[in-house]
Design a protein around this ligand. Structure first.
Ligand code: SF4
Length: 184
């Protein structure tokens, strides 16, 4: 299956989720957050076309990887290839994180009309959601750029139909508690 990427598979990130992770950098994003770190990933005609079979092969050959992270860009603009990769990673026993500029609630709305989106959500373990907000930029926020972004336990959230955030990543000053979401 074709997918548009911003760069080749990254084998060894420790900043894009828990543990040592491979990162799939998707091309294309229209959220246009002020201060975005990856503006080169916005253009839906930029980057290059790859095949998910090659990405899956690359992932299968990696050693010492805890999981994979779908990032970009916004992987939610390429639902089917994201789903293809996420499914395969679960078959390998790897956990799957995904970054998106959409909120969990917005994705649920999209999923009402797009069954593939629901399928994709069902293949995610953790979703880091929401646009990057420059005014809320924080260096203390684990694995995210701004405090409005949430680190969401997706299986729990789908079960309860409400965003459930991962307790251990709660900010000490409760800045991110101002957002919606339970903490577990
Ligand atoms: S969602 Fe992410 S990639 Fe897209 S503009 Fe915002 S920070 Fe940049």
């Amino acid at each position: 299956m074709k997918v548009r990427l911003a760069s080749n598979l990254q084998a060894d990130s420790i900043v894009d989720g828990e543990g040592i992770r491979a990162v799939v950098w998707m091309q294309g994003c229209s959220h246009n957050c002020k201060g975005c770190h990856n503006p080169q990933t916005h253009d839906f005609n930029g980057g290059f076309i790859a095949d998910t079979e090659d990405i899956k092969k690359g992932i299968s050959e990696l050693k010492l990887v805890n999981g994979i992270t779908l990032s970009g860009g916004d992987p939610m603009f390429q639902v089917e290839p994201s789903l293809d990769i996420a499914k395969y990673c679960h078959q390998l026993g790897l956990n799957v994180w995904c970054y998106t500029g959409y909120t969990f609630e917005q994705l649920l709305k999209i999923a009402e009309k797009n069954p593939k989106m629901l399928e994709l959500l069902n293949e995610l373990d953790v979703l880091v959601d929401g646009r990057f907000v420059l005014e809320k930029k924080s260096l203390n926020a684990h694995f995210r750029g701004s405090t409005n972004q949430r680190i969401i336990d997706v299986p729990q959230s789908l079960k309860l139909n409400k965003a459930v955030c991962v307790k251990k990543y709660e900010l000490k000053n409760n800045e991110d508690k101002k957002g919606e979401g339970l903490y577990i």
